[in-house]
Design a protein around this ligand. Structure first.
Ligand SMILES: [Zn+2]
Length: 111
Protein backbone atom coordinates (compact mmCIF):
# COMPACT_ATOMS: atom_id res chain seq x y z
CA UNK A 1 0.00 0.00 0.00
CA UNK A 2 1.28 3.47 -0.80
CA UNK A 3 1.61 6.23 1.81
CA UNK A 4 -1.12 8.09 0.02
CA UNK A 5 -3.50 5.10 0.28
CA UNK A 6 -2.59 4.69 3.94
CA UNK A 7 -3.35 8.29 4.83
CA UNK A 8 -6.57 8.17 2.83
CA UNK A 9 -7.65 5.07 4.75
CA UNK A 10 -6.78 6.67 8.09
CA UNK A 11 -9.01 9.56 7.16
CA UNK A 12 -11.81 7.12 6.21
CA UNK A 13 -11.38 5.26 9.51
CA UNK A 14 -11.69 8.52 11.46
CA UNK A 15 -14.84 9.40 9.52
CA UNK A 16 -16.34 5.98 10.27
CA UNK A 17 -15.46 6.40 13.97
CA UNK A 18 -17.15 9.80 14.10
CA UNK A 19 -20.24 8.36 12.40
CA UNK A 20 -20.33 5.35 14.76
CA UNK A 21 -20.04 7.65 17.77
CA UNK A 22 -22.92 9.82 16.66
CA UNK A 23 -25.02 6.71 15.88
CA UNK A 24 -24.30 5.42 19.38
CA UNK A 25 -25.45 8.70 20.94
CA UNK A 26 -28.64 8.59 18.90
CA UNK A 27 -29.35 4.90 19.55
CA UNK A 28 -28.66 5.26 23.28
CA UNK A 29 -31.40 7.88 23.32
CA UNK A 30 -33.76 5.55 21.42
CA UNK A 31 -33.32 2.54 23.69
CA UNK A 32 -34.38 4.38 26.82
CA UNK A 33 -37.21 2.50 28.57
CA UNK A 34 -40.64 2.84 26.98
CA UNK A 35 -42.94 4.58 29.39
CA UNK A 36 -46.00 2.49 30.23
CA UNK A 37 -48.22 5.41 31.09
CA UNK A 38 -47.29 7.46 28.05
CA UNK A 39 -50.36 8.66 26.23
CA UNK A 40 -49.91 6.33 23.28
CA UNK A 41 -52.22 3.53 22.21
CA UNK A 42 -51.55 -0.17 22.72
CA UNK A 43 -50.40 -0.68 19.10
CA UNK A 44 -48.04 2.28 19.22
CA UNK A 45 -46.62 0.94 22.45
CA UNK A 46 -46.02 -2.46 20.84
CA UNK A 47 -44.31 -0.69 17.93
CA UNK A 48 -42.17 1.23 20.35
CA UNK A 49 -41.15 -1.99 22.11
CA UNK A 50 -40.32 -3.69 18.78
CA UNK A 51 -38.32 -0.71 17.63
CA UNK A 52 -36.49 -0.70 20.93
CA UNK A 53 -35.35 -4.29 20.37
CA UNK A 54 -34.14 -3.39 16.87
CA UNK A 55 -32.33 -0.33 18.17
CA UNK A 56 -30.73 -2.29 21.00
CA UNK A 57 -29.36 -4.75 18.44
CA UNK A 58 -28.10 -1.89 16.27
CA UNK A 59 -26.49 -0.25 19.30
CA UNK A 60 -24.71 -3.48 20.23
CA UNK A 61 -23.40 -3.92 16.69
CA UNK A 62 -22.32 -0.29 16.37
CA UNK A 63 -20.38 -0.45 19.65
CA UNK A 64 -18.61 -3.58 18.47
CA UNK A 65 -17.81 -1.93 15.14
CA UNK A 66 -16.48 1.19 16.87
CA UNK A 67 -14.15 -1.01 18.91
CA UNK A 68 -12.84 -2.63 15.71
CA UNK A 69 -12.37 0.74 14.02
CA UNK A 70 -10.40 2.05 16.99
CA UNK A 71 -8.24 -1.07 16.97
CA UNK A 72 -7.56 -0.76 13.26
CA UNK A 73 -6.71 2.94 13.60
CA UNK A 74 -4.22 1.91 16.27
CA UNK A 75 -2.35 -0.32 13.82
CA UNK A 76 -2.79 1.92 10.74
CA UNK A 77 0.88 2.90 10.82
CA UNK A 78 2.21 -0.63 11.20
CA UNK A 79 3.30 -2.81 8.31
CA UNK A 80 0.53 -5.31 9.13
CA UNK A 81 -2.15 -2.79 8.25
CA UNK A 82 -3.93 -3.82 5.05
CA UNK A 83 -2.69 -7.39 5.26
CA UNK A 84 -5.08 -10.25 5.95
CA UNK A 85 -4.55 -11.49 9.52
CA UNK A 86 -5.13 -15.07 8.39
CA UNK A 87 -3.27 -15.50 5.11
CA UNK A 88 -1.12 -12.31 5.07
CA UNK A 89 -2.29 -11.43 1.56
CA UNK A 90 -2.91 -7.72 0.91
CA UNK A 91 -6.56 -6.77 1.38
CA UNK A 92 -7.80 -4.95 -1.74
CA UNK A 93 -7.94 -1.17 -1.29
CA UNK A 94 -11.60 -1.07 -2.34
CA UNK A 95 -12.55 -3.44 0.48
CA UNK A 96 -10.66 -1.35 3.05
CA UNK A 97 -12.22 1.80 1.71
CA UNK A 98 -15.71 0.32 2.04
CA UNK A 99 -15.13 -1.56 5.31
CA UNK A 100 -11.98 -0.11 6.91
CA UNK A 101 -12.38 -2.35 9.98
CA UNK A 102 -11.71 -5.45 7.81
CA UNK A 103 -8.76 -7.47 9.04
CA UNK A 104 -9.18 -10.35 6.62
CA UNK A 105 -9.38 -10.67 2.86
CA UNK A 106 -12.72 -11.62 1.28
CA UNK A 107 -11.65 -15.24 0.89
CA UNK A 108 -10.74 -15.67 4.57
CA UNK A 109 -13.80 -13.72 5.73
CA UNK A 110 -16.01 -16.25 3.95
CA UNK A 111 -14.45 -19.22 5.70
ZN1 LIG B 1 -6.84 -13.97 3.79
Amino acid sequence: MTDEERSKLKEIIREHIAKAESDITELTELVKPVSLDASIGRISRMDAINNKAINEEALRKTKKRLQKLENVLGIADSKDFGLCVKCKAPIPFGRLEFMPESRTCVRCARR
